[in-house]
Design a protein around this ligand. Structure first.
Ligand SMILES: Nc1ncnc2c1ncn2[C@@H]1O[C@H](COP(=O)(O)OP(=O)(O)O)[C@@H](O)[C@H]1O
Ligand SMILES: [Mg+2]
Length: 307
């Protein structure tokens, strides 16, 4: 394998961020959308790449629907060489709420399934990074699928990632998987900016009392617990309706507690990136073995239940 001394960057993109978690349904796409729009509202130039080929939610969350299935060549993603793609051949992103958007969902119908082999997902994401005409961006955010497989492994291996934002819900079953995602990023020295605790309590719209939806984990997870808490986002049923109909909460209900929580999360993400400004960028030599991204070696330590 050819040795490289540097990770790749996307031309004209200042900060490349990923939003990830070990688990599905915890709110990665919701966090990505509201983070992107919130940054744009503060005057930043922002791109949002939907990296979830199996369940691209970004188009729907931003009100971009493609109800009919694609067929034949139409279903084929435009091919691009890795770099130096002529400007005229680049794909134009869509712009919604001041954010440049690209998603695999733009090329397939919303009920059409894609079944690429995992390795292809990594190439697909690189292709979208390089072949989209992002222009000059302060932030490019990638909304990742759950887990520690592809395209996460390829991104970790190839790209200079300036920060990862982890999203979890309070219960242990989500936190365990989020801890795995954390280990994946830490193994390859991707700076993890912190964790966003989503669906963290529910404020009753009738009585105003706060209730826990998920049983709060009683188990300490040292690495996860040490991370800065970037945001604590309450669960709001109205947020689901709005957001799944293409009206992100930060725009549709800017004064709601959820929108306020997303604004303070955004400020924390920016601050976390600022404090890292002086930190050295990760070098290839920091990673002992290429491809270690997906391999987490742990001693087997199974609890032996007696019941
Ligand atoms: N804080 C929240 N309050 C209410 N609904 C939420 C909240 N966060 C996410 N949701 C809803 O939960 C579902 C899953 O969220 P999504 O962002 O798609 O998760 P993921 O990307 O992790 O799979 C969506 O219907 C979304 O609207
Ligand atoms: Mg998602």
């Amino acid at each position: 394998m050819q040795s490289r001394t540097q990770y790749a960057r996307v031309e004209q993109v200042d900060k490349l961020l990923v939003v990830g978690s070990g688990k599905g349904g915890v709110g990665k796409s919701t966090v990505s959308v509201n983070l992107a729009i919130s940054l744009a509202k503060h005057g930043a130039t922002v791109g949002l790449l939907d990296g979830d080929a199996y369940g691209p939610s970004i188009p729907i969350m931003l009100g971009i629907r493609k109800r009919t299935a694609s067929s034949g060549t139409e279903a084929t993603l435009p091919f691009a060489e890795r770099k130096n793609i002529p400007q005229a051949q680049k794909i134009k992103p869509l712009v919604r709420y001041g954010v440049k958007i690209m998603s695999v969902g733009f090329f397939i119908g919303e009920e059409q399934a894609v079944a690429p082999i995992p390795d292809v997902l990594g190439l697909l994401i690189l292709q979208l990074l390089y072949s989209v005409d992002w222009g000059k961006l302060d932030y490019l955010i990638i909304d990742l699928p759950p887990g520690t497989s592809e395209p996460q492994a390829t991104l970790c291996r190839e790209m200079q990632l300036n920060g990862a934002v982890l999203v979890t819900t309070p219960q242990d079953i989500a936190r365990i998987d989020t801890a795995k995602a954390l280990a994946m990023f830490q193994n390859v020295h991707v700076p993890v900016l912190g964790v966003v605790q989503n669906m963290d309590g529910f404020v009753c719209p009738h009585c105003g009392e706060r209730a826990e939806i998920f049983p709060r984990s009683q188990e300490a997870r040292n690495l996860l617990d040490e991370l800065p808490l970037l945001g604590s986002i309450p669960l709001d049923p109205v947020a689901v309706v709005n957001s799944d109909k293409g009206h992100p909460i930060i725009v549709s209900m800017p004064e709601s507690p959820v929108a306020q929580a997303f604004r303070s999360m955004t400020a924390n993400v920016v601050a976390a990136l600022d404090t890292r400004k002086t930190a050295p960028e990760r070098e290839m030599s920091d990673v002992q073995e290429e491809g270690k991204c997906t391999m987490i070696k742990e001693e087997t330590d199974l609890d032996d239940r007696k019941d």
